[in-house]
Design a protein around this ligand. Sequence first.
Ligand SMILES: *[C@@H]1O[C@H](CO)[C@@H](O)[C@H](O)[C@H]1NC(C)=O
Ligand SMILES: *[C@@H]1O[C@H](CO)[C@@H](O)[C@H](O)[C@H]1NC(C)=O
Ligand SMILES: *[C@@H]1O[C@H](CO)[C@@H](O)[C@H](O)[C@H]1NC(C)=O
Ligand SMILES: *[C@@H]1O[C@H](CO)[C@@H](O)[C@H](O)[C@H]1NC(C)=O
Ligand SMILES: *[C@@H]1O[C@H](CO)[C@@H](O)[C@H](O)[C@H]1NC(C)=O
Ligand SMILES: *[C@@H]1O[C@H](CO)[C@@H](O)[C@H](O)[C@H]1NC(C)=O
Ligand SMILES: *[C@@H]1O[C@H](CO)[C@@H](O)[C@H](O)[C@H]1NC(C)=O
Ligand SMILES: *[C@@H]1O[C@H](CO)[C@@H](O)[C@H](O)[C@H]1NC(C)=O
Ligand SMILES: *[C@@H]1O[C@H](CO)[C@@H](O)[C@H](O)[C@H]1NC(C)=O
Length: 775
Amino acid sequence: MVSSEIEFLFVLCLALLCSSCLAVGVTYDSRALVINGERRIIFSGAIHYPRSTPEMWPDLIQKAKHGGLDAIETYIFWDRHEPFRRKYDFTGNLDFIKFFKLIQKEGLSVIVRIGPYVCAEWNYGGFPLWLHKMPGVELRTNNQIYKNEMQIFTTKIVNMCKQEKLFASQGGPIILAQIENEYGNIMSSFGDAGKAYIQWCAQMAVAQNIGVPWIMCQQADAPKPMINTCNGYYCHDFQPSNPNSPKIFTENWLGWFKKWGERDPHRSAEDTAYSVARFFQNGGILNNYYMYHGGTNFGRTSGGPYITTTYDYDAPLDEFGNLNQPKWGHLKQLHEAIKLGEKILTNSTRDDKELGNSVTLTTYKNNVTGERFCFLSNVDQSKDANIDLQQDGKYFVPAWSVTVLNDCNNEVYNTAKIKSQTSIMIKKKDERGASDQLSWKWLPEAIKDTLKGRGKFQANQLLEQKSVTSDSSDYLWYMTGVHINDTSAWSNAILDLNTTGHVLHAFINRKFIGSQWGLVGEGFRFEKNVTLKHGTNIITLLSATVGLPNYGAKYDLIPQGIAGGPVQLIGNNITTDLSSNPWSYKVGLNGETKRMGKGQAWVNGKSIGRYWPSFLANKDGCSDTCDYRGPYKPEKCNTNCGNSSQRWYHVPRSFFNNDSNTLILFEEIGGNPENVSVQTVTTVTICGQATEGSTLELSCQGGRTISAIQFASFGDPQGNCGSFKKGSWEALNSFSAVEAVCIGKESCGLSVTKETFGLKNNGNINRRLAVQATC
Ligand SMILES: *[C@@H]1O[C@H](CO)[C@@H](O)[C@H](O)[C@H]1NC(C)=O
Ligand SMILES: *[C@@H]1O[C@H](CO)[C@@H](O)[C@H](O)[C@H]1NC(C)=O
Ligand SMILES: *[C@@H]1O[C@H](CO)[C@@H](O)[C@H](O)[C@H]1NC(C)=O
Ligand SMILES: *[C@@H]1O[C@H](CO)[C@@H](O)[C@H](O)[C@H]1NC(C)=O
Ligand SMILES: *[C@@H]1O[C@H](CO)[C@@H](O)[C@H](O)[C@H]1NC(C)=O
Ligand SMILES: *[C@@H]1O[C@H](CO)[C@@H](O)[C@H](O)[C@H]1NC(C)=O
Ligand SMILES: *[C@@H]1O[C@H](CO)[C@@H](O)[C@H](O)[C@H]1NC(C)=O
Ligand SMILES: *[C@@H]1O[C@H](CO)[C@@H](O)[C@H](O)[C@H]1NC(C)=O
Ligand SMILES: *[C@@H]1O[C@H](CO)[C@@H](O)[C@H](O)[C@H]1NC(C)=O
């Protein structure tokens, strides 16, 4: 008996030990996240799992890790996981558990933003349409029907994570979770019900008992113990409402999303790094990039109105998963620099000293050990600064930049001095791959019935589109008949209608009379001269949505389609309002169900999203140069003026077969596919610059090697990648020294010393190496 009792105790002991050794607690104070007892600052980046493929995930995660991230953040996409009530889908690129486990395998943490409202430029902000259609429901407010559904879904996601032991409290990677999303931005529209709702959200979240902290972004009055956090381009001035909470930047926008008809927005590497460095200078604890990999809005997942299929976001990993250089590398070096100070930043007192002319020296000092770590910022938008810190050295701090000083006397980084590689990507025919000539077959949409006014059901009103379609399709047909006795009264008739958008195609008596769309996806008025005949005239209207809205107070209630009209026929001296005529309806186009698909495109049956190449970006507002200085906004540093807003569509490699492939284009407004081609994205040209004493690193991507050195100069080279020029002098063997180390290599590192270039003297100061190479 005794021995078995001991055994039992022993087993119990082991179990206790084990659960405590696996479990990683996450706590915090105002200076650190404390993970498993370690005081940490965290670099995190958003990668939304449904915006790539499971085949891409391992590579994206590894590149995030090499880029110096500690964590990957994602929303959870309710509409995709529960497309029909209580019918769930967690397969393919919706398998977020698999995604989390891959992140864990790389030793990174996870930040899960459950929402379940996500905004995210995602269709309908991530809400499933069945929720909108529940009688009595009101979304994102103190409504019992909505709250029940939100709680059921949140609990399901939490339980799935618990079951797989994914919370840090269970030994898993999840260190933070978010409930709701930017509710503070729109809360006032809901009055007291909004306040009650956010209280309920907090209680419901806490009751999930996940063992890691909950956050609420853009929620200044977040109920305790929720941590309120900041989203934007800059958050250094943000302070959490609770002085004991860590200062968290949940969305540091790395660029901006794009809409049909818009230019390509870019945010410079310098300004992004500036924003991050300012944040940590001012006591930041966790910075999450939105997005680190933006990816692709496959299928009909893009939000609206008018969010494009690409969600590149000018992220450090581009839509295709390639390094967006120099951004990726410049941020990697920033992470390394700030991490040098992690121990001090998380356990010290801070002192800010104004040095005049918008220059501030921030010193973090551990008052027992005396260790120091400094940030030296110059927030002036045009004036560079030369700063003398006496025994701690002299520093050149360009305008709108932050210098990171290890030990407060050693410049390890400046946000405006780019030392990382620049890569120029091109698209070109894959030498291994697709044959040039695509052969096309055509299949017209069968629309005989709808042109005759024959739908599937009727109503004596103009219905709201998404309520009818349940968003199963972009398309809804509206059809009615008008009997005309006296054609003389209608000899100059006009069809005049109002639609709330987004796109309209109109037919009368089986004849196409015109198409129209709102320029930014808003509603519009459609007016066309029509010829009416004696007897019954059939009016057929095809209305299309291009992504349901995802943002704003009560955005879910914004009507779509020809909701309410009015639709009128205007004669010489007579007007007939057809709005409450008997209208016949049909959802969708036949082509969609055949997966032919303005269109939509499929490769081997897998959707690569909507396409709209005829929609051109504004021809004004682009500039060849981009001044990183001054506050960023999406209109700054645009490219692609006057071109197709989206010309390239991402086909993940895993969508292709090895032999023959079928591309289906479902064309809504007519076009000619003769110039459609399949190309691959590759790095052709890479550039790097490094000062004497540092290392120049160059790297091709995707297994390619450096085949030629186009330019190499150790001296005082001038210009930029693509336009380098020899300066006033250079080391004679600049070229051969670089060739010797780099040719034939996938990546190479060259220590920039006088020995490397066979120089004896120390004569010239500020010696630099610039290299341009071909991959
Ligand atoms: C020393 O630093 C700790 C935090 O690291 C702080 O709580 C304490 O007040 C500091 N003491 C002095 C005298 O500044
Ligand atoms: C914080 O610094 C103090 C000295 O100021 C030291 O005693 C303590 O161990 C440090 N804490 C951690 C978690 O490093
Ligand atoms: C057209 O004439 C028919 C029969 O004469 C009548 O019932 C109907 O109301 C008339 N319609 C219109 C629009 O005047
Ligand atoms: C309307 O116009 C038609 C033809 O233009 C004319 O015959 C008819 O008398 C007009 N009716 C009225 C009410 O003015
Ligand atoms: C129809 O649209 C036009 C232009 O957008 C607007 O001025 C008009 O007020 C609308 N009419 C109705 C009845 O909504
Ligand atoms: C309709 O036709 C008339 C001429 O009959 C013309 O003056 C008018 O501009 C046209 N309206 C529209 C909307 O096309
Ligand atoms: C428009 O596209 C062409 C072809 O890709 C490109 O050469 C040009 O630079 C683009 N224009 C702008 C303003 O970006
Ligand atoms: C294509 O071929 C490669 C190499 O032979 C193989 O690994 C891969 O599974 C094949 N893919 C498909 C879709 O058949
Ligand atoms: C296809 O490209 C060729 C060569 O640029 C051009 O001449 C032709 O008009 C293009 N076809 C279409 C349908 O755009």
